[in-house]
Design a protein around this ligand. Structure first.
Ligand SMILES: N[C@@H](CCC(=O)N[C@@H](CS)C(=O)NCC(=O)O)C(=O)O
Length: 282
């Protein structure tokens, strides 16, 4: 399998050749994690069925020594099953539903809002041949003209930010979603940021977002796979007066986000919920 350590990946690209699909980005990271060299098959949104010999309408797809595998989750599972001697993407089966849960939450909370806010760029940066297809399909998918979807986007971008607090809470306790080292859970979330970065004519995260450290480390992985100069800045969003606080300053103070190691560890939360000042440490 994987002749010469190479696997073919069918890409979904913009006109400048950068990958745009989050599902493909996830597999680019997955293949790098497994240590494979990748032959990228270029191409845009139209003609996928022809390009893949009638095998699929959606990407990613990989070909491993003649074997076709479709779907980003199925590809990750295939890579782990076929190459168990290489670093695991999904180190335990119980991780799959958990990471899919996170993935689904992130798509509905972040990606859904961001992609509509970048809808005009989605078409503008695509191959010319894809413009009509994108207009037709995405206007149906997203429920409005692309030009209309971006009206008032700054407000909606500001409203997403506090909703990302669960992710910040987890990453305040752990270097990666995978624990001490990144795994497919990290790549799934990072991939959404990479998609937005392929499209962003406006940054989506504030400069000081606590997620920044994890995002930057993710972009640096595998010799800077996410540092392509064709990607646009993600950081630099400026909330306006009246917008919600983008994140909890000082981090979360209790509940699932904080470990109870005795009264000192809960003093701040206790002060918050009782309204009484925290006693001096004993
Ligand atoms: N469940 C699939 C979803 C793949 C998918 O929807 N890919 C989109 C790109 S983001 C696609 O190929 N779109 C082609 C089109 O819109 O015609 C996976 O995880 O691989």
């Amino acid at each position: 399998m994987a002749k010469g350590n190479r696997i073919t990946l069918y890409d979904l690209q913009l006109a400048n050749g950068i990958t745009t699909s989050p599902f493909v980005w996830g597999i680019r990271y997955a293949l790098a994690h497994k240590g494979f060299d990748v032959d990228l098959v270029p191409g845009g949104f139209t003609g996928i069925l022809d390009r893949t010999g009638g095998r699929t309408e959606r990407l990613p797809a990989i070909v491993d020594d003649g074997k076709w595998v479709l779907d980003s989750w199925l590809i990750a599972e295939y890579l782990d099953e076929t190459y168990p001697d290489r670093p695991a993407l999904i180190p335990h089966a119980c991780m799959t539903p958990l990471a899919k849960g996170l993935d689904n939450w992130f798509f509905s909370t972040g990606a859904r809002v961001w992609i509509k806010a970048l809808a005009v760029q989605y078409r503008a940066r695509a191959h010319e041949a894809d413009h009509e297809y994108i207009t037709q399909t995405r206007e149906r998918m997203w429920g409005g003209k692309l030009e209309d979807l971006i009206i008032g986007r700054e407000k909606r971008l500001a409203e997403v930010l506090p909703q990302l607090q669960p992710l910040r809470n987890v990453l305040a306790e752990s270097a990666w979603l995978g624990g001490d080292s990144p795994n497919y859970a990290d790549y799934r979330i990072l991939s959404v940021f990479l998609t937005m970065s392929s499209l962003a004519d406006i940054p989506i995260l504030t400069d000081d977002d606590p997620l920044r450290d994890w995002v930057e480390r993710g972009l640096d992985l595998f010799d800077g796979l996410g540092r392509d100069p064709r990607l646009s800045p993600l950081f630099g969003f400026k909330p306006q007066p009246g917008d919600p606080e983008p994140f909890l300053k000082g981090g979360a103070i209790g509940g699932p986000a904080k470990r109870n190691t005795g009264p000192q560890s809960t003093a701040e939360e206790t002060a918050h919920i009782t309204g009484k000042p925290a006693p001096a440490p004993r």
